[in-house]
Structures are given as structure tokens and as C-alpha cells.
Design a protein around this ligand. Structure first.
Ligand SMILES: Nc1ncnc2c1ncn2[C@@H]1O[C@H](COP(=O)(O)OP(=O)(O)OP(=O)(O)O)[C@@H](O)[C@H]1O
Length: 467
């Protein structure tokens, strides 16, 4: 019998709030432009018959450029949105639960290059799906949540008795069941597999979700066949690909256009090179001007993240002035960056060096930081040693110093390890592209204006309280 975890539904998807804020934000943006009538539920009342109709309107009013590939994907998504009307994966009675299997609706796996509009079309679709039991999550956040649930479940088991063999049990099925009860539609942004711990449980987890009637729509930069490419023990991961393809139709969205790099009006100069004369003084002046409008003094700031203290050396109100070393050369992670995104609306990042695979850990932190700032529309002012497009370099045969110990632990020879993605830096190359694309958009006027929290009601982006 499946082991059940007792847990209030409200606690579910700890990172859900972080993820859906972006959706709410994008809905609110559309609202502000008079496009959506009501955030979160747009199907009726907004005057649009569905996502495609809505998309056409965004083209007509000049918000978006017409893109046939996006239309084609939206056509498929609209079909699913209609089919999902009245859909439920939890039969109403215990009796019917036992005797009826939920019908399986096929979802979509949308992949393509960075900035081609995958998230945008998925969010449009999502906003028209008429059910409360839908979740839109960042894939990484979802997997963190899954691991937490597994951990909690294991801890809730009675302690093993000495001398007795504990019966083998499977925590994944009950976790999948728990999730299936909370959502019949899961939309994943940035489906990617970089972690062996994720890779090893995905097949079982998703098989259960699909069998429980959960419909999945996902966006990714890679076709299913390339997921976890060259990953450790990939042979155990490969069967998941067939499961994914069985329950999700693959759609390619690749017009070859990175819309983040399309000529967007610039917010002004926000990216500086270390070689520019008096550049530090210029940034000091920018910081002082922003600080002048704050109801605070310039001082160090101590953030409290999960009972850890994270000290930032210079901040004023909602503006922080940091160095790359301070943010990426210390053991900080997603939760620290999320907290920063909550507290600050503008962050200076000075002295960003050229990033190669030799500084993989620092580069990964910068990627995570930019992802968190982008999701929360935090503005950035950057001072770097190289132009943005040249910030990340992939050097063949780079040292990967921090990988050597792991290679030794795993008993891998250099040559063997070279093809494994954790050593080859293949995943980083995709992530670099995304970071460059995002940082490009973050210098646009539109992004800068959207990041203005001064006119927004206090609440989600409240004044610092941990400092
Ligand atoms: N047809 C379009 N016309 C104009 N702007 C667009 C269009 N499609 C998408 N955009 C804009 O381009 C930016 C990137 O879009 P989106 O985040 O959906 O891309 P993505 O494919 O999910 O990127 P990534 O793979 O990096 O996550 C967003 O600001 C979005 O509003």
C-alpha cells in the first residue's frame, strides 16, 4: 500500500510562490496595458475566446511581434486548454477512485533556443486554464520541493528496530500521489536535468504523476533526447525520456529570434567596463543618486536567511552595492539570492571577471543570481572586465579545478570524465546563453520601468525587515 504523507496542502510547492509571482507579474503587466481583464482567470470576462485570440490582440496593439511558430504552438495549447475544461484527475468518491482510472490527457514539451517565447506562450495558456488545481513552477524549484517531501516522508517513518531488516519502501509513489491530489495540471518552466539525484528519480516520479492523470506542460532549451546528455549514470535516466514522450507531445518553438535581444529601447547605460576611465566614480555617483531617494542611510546590511547571516557591505534602502566576489565567491545560493530579490529593487554588481569553466562554481552562482533577479524584476547595474557577449568563455581543456577531487572520488580518468556533462561544462554553456539573454533584456527601458517598486503597494516587496 502506498505510504501517505500527512501535510497541509498550503505548504505545498514551497517555491511555488516564487515561481507564480512571475506569472502574476506578467498577468499584471498585461492588465496594466488593458489586455487582461482579471489576473489569474482570463477566460471569461476578458473578452478573449482563448490564448490565441489574446495573442492576436497583443500583436495588434504592438506588445508582441507576430511569430508563426508561436502561433502554431499556441494552437496546440489552446486545444489542450479547451480539453481541460471540467477536467479532474481525482474522482469525486472513494468508490469511483478505486474503480476508475483517470483518463490520460497528453501534455506538451516545448523546447527551443533562449528567448524564443516559450515561457510567454506557456503562461498565456496557463492563464486560460479554468481550474484552481493548476501549478506553474520553475522545474528546479519543483525538484527541490520533491526532495524535501521525500526527506520528510522518510523521517516520518518509525525508527528501524535493531537487528531487524527494515522493509524496503518507496517514498516516490506517495510523494507523486500527494502532488497529484494538489494539481491536475503542472506547468514547468525551464525543464532541465543537471543533478544526478533528480535524474535517478524522474522516471518513477513522472510515471506516477502521469498515471494519476496529471497533465504536464513544460518548456526547455533542449529536446527530450538531449536531457541530461552525458550525465553520470545516464543509462538509468534514459527510460524517462520514453515516458516523457509518451505523455507529452514534443513541440519545437524556434523562430531563431531571441526576443530579449530585439531592439528594445534602452534604459540608459547600465553595463560598464572596468577599462572605462573613472568608471568606479561613475557608479558611485549612480548609487548616490539612487540612495538619495531612499529613506535610509548607506550602511552594511545583514540579511537573515534560514537563520544564517549574510552580510552585504553597502546598501541603502532598496539599493545594494555589491561586488562579484561578495555575491558569487562565497557559499551563497538560490535562497540568499531570492531574499536579496525580495529586499532590493536595484543591485550593483561590480568587478565581474571573465568567467571560464575554471570558475564553474562562481559562474553557476552568477547564473542563479541573475535568474532570481530576472524573475523578480530586480534592476542591475554591472561593472565587468569584458563586454556582456564575451563574459563567459568556454576554453577547451580548461582546468576545472574543483572537479578533480570528484573525478578522483568517482575513480574516473581524465579522458572518461571529459564527456560527462558535469565535467565538460555543457550545461553551463546553455545557462550562459540564457544569462546573457536575460542580462540584455534587463538593460531595456521596459524592464527598468517594470522594476520600479516605489509606486507599488507595500507587501510582496516589503521594506527590509531582517536588517
Ligand atoms: N513575439 C514576441 N514579440 C515580442 N517580444 C516577445 C515575443 N515573444 C516573446 N517575447 C519577449 O521575449 C522575452 C523572452 O521570452 P520568454 O521568456 O518567453 O522566452 P523563453 O523562450 O522562455 O526564453 P528562455 O529559454 O531563455 O527561458 C520576454 O520578455 C517576452 O515577453
Amino acid at each position: 500500500m502506498a505510504l501517505r504523507a500527512s501535510r497541509p496542502a498550503r505548504e505545498v510547492f514551497k517555491l511555488k510562490d516564487f515561481c507564480s509571482r512571475r506569472l502574476r507579474k506578467s498577468l499584471a503587466d498585461f492588465c496594466r496595458r488593458g489586455v487582461y481583464a482579471a489576473a489569474g482567470s482570463c477566460s471569461s470576462g476578458a473578452g478573449f475566446s482563448g490564448p490565441l485570440d489574446h495573442y492576436s490582440r497583443l500583436i495588434r496593439d504592438g506588445t508582441l511581434r507576430d511569430d508563426q511558430r508561436q502561433r502554431a504552438v499556441l494552437q496546440e495549447l489552446e486545444q489542450l486548454q479547451r480539453t481541460l475544461r471540467g477536467y479532474s484527475n481525482t474522482p469525486p468518491s472513494i468508490f469511483s477512485r478505486i474503480f476508475t482510472k483517470p483518463k490520460n490527457l497528453r501534455g506538451f514539451y516545448i523546447y527551443g533556443d533562449v528567448g524564443t517565447g516559450k515561457t510567454m506562450v506557456m503562461d498565456l495558456f496557463y492563464s486560460y486554464v479554468e481550474t484552481e488545481r493548476k501549478r506553474r513552477v520553475h522545474f528546479h524549484g519543483f525538484m527541490l520541493d520533491v526532495h524535501k517531501r521525500i526527506h520528510r516522508l522518510k523521517q516520518s517513518l518509525p525508527k528501524r528496530k535493531a537487528g531487524k531488516m527494515a522493509k524496503a519502501y518507496d517514498p516516490i509513489a506517495p510523494v507523486a500521489e500527494e502532488i497529484s491530489e494538489e494539481a491536475c495540471l503542472l506547468c514547468f518552466d525551464e525543464f532541465q536535468v543537471t543533478d544526478i539525484a533528480d535524474a535517478m528519480i524522474l522516471k518513477q516520479l513522472f510515471e506516477h504523476l502521469f498515471l494519476n492523470g496529471v497533465v504536464v506542460v513544460a518548456t526547455s532549451n533542449r529536446p527530450p533526447e538531449d536531457l541530461y546528455k552525458n550525465g553520470l549514470q545516464r543509462v538509468n535516466f534514459v527510460p524517462f525520456i520514453a515516458v516523457l514522450k509518451k505523455y507529452c507531445q514534443t513541440l519545437r518553438l524556434d523562430s531563431g529570434i531571441d526576443y530579449r535581444k530585439q531592439n528594445r529601447p534602452s534604459a540608459g547605460k547600465l553595463y560598464f567596463l572596468s577599462s572605462e576611465p573613472d568608471v568606479e566614480a561613475t557608479l558611485d555617483k549612480m548609487f548616490d543618486e539612487l540612495a538619495f531617494r531612499q529613506n535610509d542611510i548607506t550602511r552594511p546590511r545583514v540579511l537573515n536567511v534560514h537563520n544564517r547571516k549574510v552580510v552585504l557591505s553597502k546598501a541603502c534602502g532598496t539599493v545594494a552595492d555589491c561586488t562579484f566576489q561578495e555575491l558569487c565567491d562565497r557559499p551563497l545560493g538560490a535562497s540568499d539570492y531570492l531574499e536579496m530579490s525580495r529586499l532590493f529593487d536595484t543591485i550593483f554588481i561590480r568587478h565581474i571577471p571573465l568567467l571560464s569553466l575554471n570558475q564553474k562554481t562562481q559562474a553557476r552562482r552568477l547564473i542563479t543570481l541573475v535568474d532570481a533577479l530576472y524573475e523578480q524584476k530586480v534592476r542591475v547595474v554591472l561593472l565587468a572586465d569584458h563586454p556582456l557577449e564575451e563574459l563567459f568563455v568556454h576554453e577547451e581543456g580548461a582546468g576545472h579545478d574543483d572537479s578533480h577531487a570528484l573525478m578522483d572520488d568517482l575513480g574516473l580518468k581524465r579522458e572518461e570524465a571529459r564527456t560527462l556533462s558535469i565535467f565538460s561544462g555543457e550545461e553551463e554553456r546553455f545557462a550562459f546563453q540564457r544569462t546573457v539573454s536575460r542580462l540584455t533584456e534587463m538593460q531595456s527601458e521596459e524592464y527598468w520601468l517594470e522594476g520600479d517598486r516605489s509606486s507599488k503597494p507595500r507587501g510582496s516587496h516589503s521594506e527590509p525587515k531582517n536588517s
